[in-house]
Design a protein around this ligand. Structure first.
Ligand code: NAD
Length: 316
């Protein structure tokens, strides 16, 4: 399979532009799904404590290695620090739990999942802690970042980064970070191209990973009204037209548009055909005009907004 990687500036390590998202993959299907994803050519796995399936992702990785499909060093594994572990003493605790759940001795990339600090929840009480009662317990990002930097120094993580950070928080972080953030992980799809934030982050040397590349689909499943009322991207006229012209699927057009902008993508599917389809986006190109048409679909519509589901307005 044709694929592509980028070099992360802080470490010089390579990161694939195509990854596999593991959010909402049911626990009992996760190990087999991870093996299928690896068989289909995915070399990056996007994980998180919050997805509740890191043990099963780890089982999938182990099975793929035992089958001889890959070696550990061929895989790029991302995970994320959950909101309840932002105090400096909780960062290594949460990281080590993730590492042991995944059955690994290092992680390629560890991200602060949200710029939101919630009250600590001990593992014995609830794991993953999820949003709970949304009890905010403010911790300066500088404290959390200092503990993330320690993880890099320990050799257990190669790069660190942030997710769901607006530009202003990134500017602040860059003013003191001794280990620079390698990646900014944000919502990116045709209805929310996030171009201004992406331009700024790229200018500071960060690689962008776009999530929820199929826009409303993932959030309509969760019953979020904005997503339920939006035209599905796979039925959006301009995307359907480009897909027809190039004899590709709308999903492939969306993913190609992003990777052609050097934005990493992490589509999620448990279906083998869709997995293969989503991975086949490096052997064709969109023309300049088609790229412009894709940019023109921006509204913007943000589907992953903690103001809506947790009453925490980080983007206000
Ligand atoms: P997604 O945009 O990848 O869409 C998933 C949905 O699209 C599923 O319903 C799937 O069945 C369907 N689908 C996939 N390929 C298809 C195809 N070719 N044709 C038709 N339907 C197809 O959704 P997502 O899970 O929200 O995002 C992907 C990943 O991004 C997640 O799994 C997770 O790893 C990551 N993510 C991160 C954050 C964050 O806060 N950092 C938030 C959301 C998602």
């Amino acid at each position: 399979m044709v694929t592509q990687s980028v070099t992360l500036q802080p470490s010089g390590h390579k990161m694939p532009l195509l990854g596999f998202g593991t959010w909402k993959v049911p626990k009992d299907a996760t190990a087999a799904t991870v093996v299928k994803a690896i068989e289909s050519g995915y070399r990056l796995l996007d994980c998180a404590c919050d997805y509740g399936n890191e043990v099963e992702v780890g089982q999938g990785i182990k099975q793929a290695i035992e089958k001889g499909l890959i070696k550990r060093e061929d895989l790029f594994v991302t995970s994320k620090l959950w909101n309840t572990y932002h105090h400096k003493e909780h960062v290594p605790l949460a990281f080590n739990r993730t590492l042991s759940d995944l059955g690994l001795d290092y992680i390629d990339l560890y991200l602060i999942h949200f710029p939101i600090s919630l009250k600590f929840v001990p593992f014995e009480e609830r794991y993953p802690p999820e949003w709970g009662k949304n009890e905010v317990d403010p911790v300066p990002v500088s404290e959390t970042w200092g503990a993330m930097e320690e993880l890099v120094r320990s050799g257990k993580v190669r790069d660190i980064g942030v997710s769901n950070f607006p530009a202003i928080l990134l500017m602040d972080l860059l003013s003191y970070a001794k280990v620079k953030p390698a990646v900014l992980h944000i919502e990116a799809h045709p209805y929310m191209n996030n171009n201004t934030l992406i331009k700024y982050a790229k200018s500071q040397g960060l690689q962008i990973t776009g999530y929820s590349n199929f826009g409303p689909l993932s959030y309509a499943d969760l019953g979020i009204p904005l997503a339920k009322n939006a035209v599905p991207l796979f039925k959006e006229d301009r995307i359907v037209k480009i897909a027809g012209d190039l004899k590709k699927t709308p999903a492939q057009i969306i993913l190609r548009w992003l990777v052609q902008k050097e934005i990493a993508v992490i589509p999620k599917s448990t279906d083998t055909d869709r997995m293969t389809q989503n991975a086949s986006v490096f052997d064709f190109e969109l023309s300049t005009k088609e790229m412009e048409t894709m940019e023109g679909i921006n509204i913007p519509l943000r589907f992953n907004d903690p103001a809506v589901y947790a009453n925490i307005p980080i983007y206000a």
